[in-house]
Design a protein around this ligand. Structure first.
Ligand SMILES: [Zn+2]
Ligand SMILES: [Zn+2]
Length: 411
């Protein structure tokens, strides 16, 4: 696009005489206010942040700032010496070292895309001589201005497609045992009408520049012809594709079916190469990322490849030891399985017992399984009959140690 003059000093709210330190401070203050991290989703703040960043980029760099001060805008293509010469030459209104008609025709012969009409460049090089001298002017100007605008062209060209990310919720059992999941995704596909070229039909005269390939642009005190941004100087344009409105791609919803591997974990990313948004003009498509969110289970809690489960145990089982049946994930479908677990005598509540290789099949390490960790929760019998109460009283007499003795002794 065309370079436009911007008031960088105004953007940062500093004077033209501001020191490097003033500029740095002004930028920091504004950056804190408009930084995208502080204003998530705020488009206006984002634009403002871009503006102050651009102003700071130029004004905080001594060389760039000098060029900006001299010609009223900045481009990496401006030669500092040429900018200096231009600044010196530009300050003498009224003199006419350059006949505008002559300069125009001379410029065209040499391929200069600018019109210097109305500007005075008499101080640029020596003046008043004829013939060969004016040719000398022409080439100097061409060097200055061609350099200024070469960086401005932005032909669109092929653009690679962007990545697409989807969160996929799967249930506990699908994650544990694997399965097929379906979802509908929205992605950009190459437009079938224009094959991603964004335009259709034959070319016609550019309405912006009427086929000339350049338009007039004001740049501070200068007025010159620049390359037409609409047709990038070709003078011709093509109709935007009516199917995709000139985007080259179409947004489509489509069903997607994919396999979930047994042992898939919560938060896991699955990459489907080339299934993201389509590129334009033959550029490659992006990738599709599926972020897996695994649902909970009412009994089993999954930690990596291990399964945690809390199992109630009676006082008698815990005290005497027992062989009990506990639930496992080794069932069929959404059914739970069961497996025998030995409770050692004297087991306390909260104690954890490990059942080796009763956890989840690893999705990444072939042939490995996690463990099942059983947390014992002792349940006290609701004693109602006299006989049971009698036995418990007797038990208390036989086991009179105070479980709080140590605790109270320490206090
Ligand atoms: Zn199209
Ligand atoms: Zn044009």
């Amino acid at each position: 696009m065309a370079t436009q003059t911007k008031d960088y000093y105004g953007v940062l709210g500093v004077k033209k005489t501001a020191s490097a330190d003033d500029i740095r401070k002004a930028f920091r203050k504004l950056a804190r206010k408009y930084h995208p991290d502080v204003n998530p989703g705020d488009k206006k703040a984002e634009e403002k942040f871009k503006e102050i960043s651009e102003a700071n980029d130029v004004l905080s760099d001594e060389k760039k700032r000098k060029i900006y001060d001299q010609v009223g805008f900045y481009s990496d293509n401006i030669d500092p010496a040429a900018a200096e010469a231009y600044a010196k030459g530009g300050g003498q209104p009224g003199a006419s070292g350059f006949g505008s008609g002559a300069s125009r025709s001379g410029a065209h012969e040499q391929g200069v895309p600018f019109d210097f009409g109305g500007f005075d460049f008499s101080g640029f090089q020596g003046s008043g001589r004829s013939g060969s001298e004016s040719e000398g002017f022409g080439s100097s100007f061409r060097d200055v201005f061609t350099g200024m605008f070469n960086g401005g062209r932005q032909a669109r060209g092929p653009q690679p497609g962007t990545d697409v990310e989807y969160k996929v919720e799967i249930d506990f059992w699908t994650a544990v045992r694997g399965g097929v999941t379906r979802l509908e995704i929205q992605r950009q596909e190459q437009c079938p009408t224009c094959k991603g070229r964004a335009v259709v039909g034959g070319s016609m005269e550019c309405p912006e520049c009427h086929g000339s390939g350049h338009v007039t642009q004001m740049g501070g005190r200068m007025k010159f012809n620049i390359q037409c941004p609409r047709c990038t100087g070709s003078g011709k344009v093509q109709n935007a594709c009516p199917t995709c409105d000139g985007a080259g791609v179409l947004t489509r919803r489509e069903p997607l079916e994919f396999r979930i591997k047994a042992g898939t974990r919560d938060g896991q990313r699955i990459r489907l190469a080339g299934k993201g948004n389509a590129g334009t003009e033959g550029a490659p498509a992006g990738d599709l990322y599926l972020i897996i969110a695994v649902g909970p289970h009412k009994l089993f809690k999954r930690v990596g490849d291990d399964i945690h489960v809390t199992v109630p145990v009676t006082v008698m089982e815990a005290a005497l030891g027992a062989k009990i049946e506990v639930p496992t994930i080794d069932g069929v479908g959404t059914q739970i399985g069961q497996s025998q677990l030995k409770i050692p005598p004297g087991t306390q509540t909260g104690q954890k017992l490990r059942m080796r290789e009763k956890g989840v099949t690893s999705a990444t390490r072939e042939g490995l399984r996690g463990d099942q960790i059983v947390e014992v929760k002792i349940v006290v019998p609701k004693v109602q009959d006299e006989r049971s109460k009698e036995i418990l009283r007797e038990l208390q007499k036989l086991n009179s140690e105070d479980p709080r003795a140590e605790m109270l002794a320490g206090a």
